[in-house]
Design a protein around this ligand. Structure first.
Ligand code: UDX
Length: 437
């Protein structure tokens, strides 16, 4: 099929490459010339495992091209809207500027039978509004909502082999013309057994925000338990192992630590609360305010624990932060708890050095006042305390004996509860986890 993908960020670039991998002829369109130049040269504009290899692989087939010219969407039968919906400045709601602009600029190129597929995370009700715009311009075209559930760091496999497809269509019927079109787009994963659900438009939009809210709630639940464990002298990691063995609960997303961040969960739960308020259903989501508060409290808690670990004062203390990305296998620092803690420590008088295998350029743009060091040995050199805040494999594998000779004082705060406390303590370290004795 001929497909256009509008927006080539974390979602769209991966989606375009994966659609070409599935055998379609794809054009990726974005207003950012640098991004388009990188992608045209089969270079990923951000770090995502497997993306660059995939771009090179499909480039050779001639089925994938990139441009800044929206006119290139003409002739495609399916148009995916993959632009961002960031949090509005100074407000909780989602900023729909990019979704609206992408849709409006696509309208003149729509032909009868075309299907516009929304993938961006939007406030419920947006799809119906955009469907009206499409119908006004081209009554024989359709708009469907097909939310994306990919995780950064696993974006390629999540796109090629998702858990499920959700198609939101006007009226919610399997017989809607666009259902067969999307089935053709996703023929390969569907034929290998990926389930798909057809719903109406608002349900499809809500599936995405509900899923992200549930994940955020799960993380904040275990972080609330971590607060209790700290007060009672219990171990939250063992508690999570034990409750996670009940398969109604499950162990995934029960890792207590410095909390969630990134370009999705924090802004999505806030936009969901804002939208519920507009719909007069704000009471239904007041618990998400608590989910958000528990999450933000983890960051303050880590600053306080670091102060304790440093003997009561942060002033002049040399602190090394391992990890700047919001999660491993990503260079994304949007709302990164690691970076926000690093900045807060610096504000409170510590001398902070940050290291990360991939995210330093993005981190330096976000917080230029921090010191960034690529090499981990140089980063920890003469440190008064080391904070492990993003669980990259190379930090999991650190040897406490070797590291001890480099630092000034062997104190470690394990913000992701991934190190073996016994091993670190017996190597002479003062170890602190979160929610652990
Ligand atoms: C999330 C959703 O998982 C994905 O389905 C959706 O499409 C986009 O938002 P992503 O933002 O890539 O994906 O990251 P995710 O793996 O969900 O992690 C989010 C945050 O939660 C990270 O900061 C991570 O470190 C944190 N987290 C995750 C925890 O603190 N504890 C856990 O147990 C799991």
């Amino acid at each position: 099929m001929r497909i256009s993908v509008i927006g080539c960020g974390y979602l769209g670039a991966v989606h375009a490459a994966c659609m070409a991998k599935l055998g379609h002829e794809v054009v990726g369109i974005d207003v950012d010339e640098r991004k388009i130049a990188d992608l045209s040269a089969a270079q990923a504009p951000f770090y995502e495992p497997g993306l660059e290899a995939l771009l090179q692989d499909v480039q050779e087939t001639g089925r994938l091209s990139f441009t800044t010219d929206m006119a290139a969407a003409a002739g495609s039968e399916v148009h995916f809207i993959c632009v961002g919906t960031p949090q509005k400045k100074g407000e909780n709601g989602a900023d729909l500027t990019y979704v609206d602009a992408a849709t409006l600029s696509l309208l003149p190129y729509l032909a009868p039978g075309d299907v516009v597929v929304g993938k961006s995370t939007v406030p419920v009700g947006t799809a119906a509004r955009l469907a009206d715009l499409v119908a006004e311009q081209q009554p024989l075209a359709h708009l469907v909502w097909n939310p994306e559930f990919l995780r950064e760091g696993h974006a390629v496999s999540d796109t090629l082999r998702p858990d499920r497809f959700v198609y939101g269509v006007n009226g919610g019927s399997e017989d809607h013309t666009a259902v067969a079109v999307l089935d053709e787009v996703y023929e390969a994963p569907l034929s290998s057994g990926t389930p798909r659900l057809v719903t109406d438009l608002p349900t499809a939009e809500l599936v995405k925000t509900a899923a992200n809210s549930f994940l955020a709630t799960k993380i904040s639940f275990i972080n609330a338990m971590a607060e209790l464990c700290e007060a009672a002298g219990a171990d939250v990691t063992r508690l999570a192992d034990a409750i996670g063995m009940d398969d109604r609960i499950g162990r995934k997303f029960l890792n207590a630590g410095i909390g969630f961040g990134g370009g999705c969960l924090p802004k999505d739960i806030r936009a969901f609360m804002a939208r519920a308020g507009e719909l007069g259903a704000d009471q239904a989501l007041t618990f998400l305010r608590e989910v958000d508060a528990i999450n933000m409290r983890r960051r303050t808690r880590v600053v306080e624990l670091t102060r304790e670990l440093c003997g009561g004062s942060l002033l002049g203390m040399r602190i090394t932060v391992l990890g700047a990305a919001f999660k491993p296998e990503s260079d994304d620092v949007r709302d990164s708890p690691a970076l926000s803690i690093a900045a807060q420590l610096q504000l409170q008088g510590a001398v902070v050095t940050v290291t990360d295998p991939k995210a330093l350029p993005n981190a330096a743009r976000r917080f230029p006042e921090l010191q960034y060091v690529e090499n981990i040995d140089s980063a920890v050199d003469k440190a008064d305390a080391v904070l492990l805040l993003t669980e990259w494999q190379e930090y999991r594998d650190l040897d406490p004996h070797l590291l001890r000779d480099t630092v000034s004082s062997p104190r470690i705060l394990d913000g992701r509860n991934i190190l073996d406390p016994g091993k670190w303590r017996s190597a002479g370290w003062q170890y602190r986890g979160l929610g652990r004795p």
